[in-house]
Design a protein around this ligand. Structure first.
Ligand code: NAD
Ligand code: DAU
Length: 344
């Protein structure tokens, strides 16, 4: 393991964009426990939720701001004076990118560019760009995505993430800007917005409602517990080599229909709740990550078994009903209707 690139961190300060979202808020909780001094910068879009940071109010600083707004980013960076920036903020849902792609380019590409430029001007020592395995496109039945796999995104969401990766890489190459890119597979766990497969299916099953499975249900995703991703991000902050890309995954491939069956079994609900609906357009067939580089170079590996993680996640949603009931109103219901009505 190389420690040559460690950044000095006597009072480690982190500036976390998108820290009120799913992965961001789980990460912020871990960062506080590890003694980092955290400032969250988040626009609080439909996906951002202060309840995700409940209990941390006295332990972090929070600024409501948009990464597309250079002045607001600049002022927040001046106040925070962070050692490292961890950039989660994004529009993150593929189906929403199909319904309305423009905001994805605005936030994920232009917003990332604005943030990068402000970080460069501020002399930030480490920038962790939270990318995704979706930039690689779709796999056939065999093979894994490596860091050398070509970028071949399919959805407007994935394209915007791939574009942002290229902007980040251009900064690393041109300005020697100390950026590291992480490309992770599908996360699951507490605080995930109920538009994504696992929380949606848990909530639908709990309500004895139909579980809408796209197409034939045979698409494969590679699932990682959100806490395991958090520990990979800390390894990247503390030991990662600037300019490098690291894939992150936990060798845990599941067909969608098998995940849905498992959730129903765990919740003692009948398989008859499953309804096959019209497929997502250009639906990527399979994602699978080769994470040997981060394992070898940074000494990281996932520790949570899927059996344990999925039980913990179901339990969390069952004991936090008010959290999702507060979300599943207004804008959420409109989105749900817009996405699922045409699929019937
Ligand atoms: P999320 O949708 O739950 O949260 C996104 C957060 O970003 C929200 O808090 C939102 O308010 C904030 N945000 C959006 N636009 C903003 C803007 N213009 N300025 C400031 N804040 C803004 O997303 P997530 O699932 O936690 O994903 C976080 C990151 O991880 C994203 O970059 C996503 O592409 C990437 N990622 C997600 C997964 C996954 O499985 N969820 C896997 C790999 C990578
Ligand atoms: O791979 C990483 C990506 O994982 C992240 O970059 C994205 O931010 C994140 O949203 C996720 O993208 P997916 O499209 O893979 O996740 P989603 O939960 O939307 O869907 C998972 C699979 O389940 C996918 O094959 C589509 C299917 N699905 C999803 C929903 C919401 C259904 O069959 N029915 C559904 O209702």
């Amino acid at each position: 393991m190389s420690t040559d690139h460690r950044i000095a961190m006597e009072q480690p300060g982190l500036f976390v964009t998108g820290g009120a979202g799913f992965i961001g808020s789980n990460f912020v909780r871990m960062a506080v426990e590890r003694g980092y001094n955290v400032m969250v910068f988040d626009a609080l879009t439909y996906a951002g939720n202060m309840e995700n940071l409940a209990g941390l109010e006295e332990r972090i600083r929070f600024i409501r701001g948009d990464i597309c707004d250079a002045a607001s980013v600049r002022n927040a960076l001046r106040e925070a004076e962070p050692h490292a920036v961890v950039h989660f903020a994004a529009e993150s849902h593929v189906d929403r990118s199909i319904l309305g792609p423009k905001i994805f380019t605005e936030t994920n590409v232009l917003g990332t560019h604005v943030l990068l430029e402000e970080c460069r001007q501020a002399g930030i020592e480490r920038f962790i760009h939270i990318s995704t395995d979706e930039v690689y496109g779709s796999l056939g039945n065999t093979g894994l995505f490596t860091e050398e796999s070509p970028l071949n995104p399919t959805s407007p969401y994935a394209a915007s993430k791939a574009a942002s990766d290229l902007v980040v890489q251009s900064y690393a190459k041109t300005y020697d800007f100390p950026a590291i890119i992480l490309r992770c597979s599908n996360n699951y766990g507490p605080f995930q917005f109920p538009e994504k497969l696992i929380p949606l299916m848990i909530i639908k099953a709990s309500n004895d409602e139909e579980l809408p499975v796209y197409g034939d249900g045979q698409n494969v995703r590679d699932w990682i517990f959100v806490g395991d991703y958090g520990s990979a991000i800390f390894q990247a902050i503390e030991h990662g080599i600037p300019g490098e890309v690291y894939n992150v995954g936990s060798n845990n491939e599941w067909k969608n229909i098998d995940i849905v069956r498992l959730i129903l079994e765990e919740m003692h609900k009948p398989f008859s709740l499953v309804t096959f609906v019209k497929d997502r357009p250009a639906h990527d067939r399979r994602y699978a990550i080769d994470s040997s580089k981060i394992q070898r170079d940074l000494g990281w590996r996932a520790e949570t078994s899927f059996e344990k993680g999925i039980r913990q996640t179901i339990e969390w949603y069952m004991t936090h009903r008010q959290w999702w009931k507060n979300i599943m109103t207004g804008e959420y219901l409109e989105y749900y209707q817009k996405n699922y009505e045409p699929k019937r």
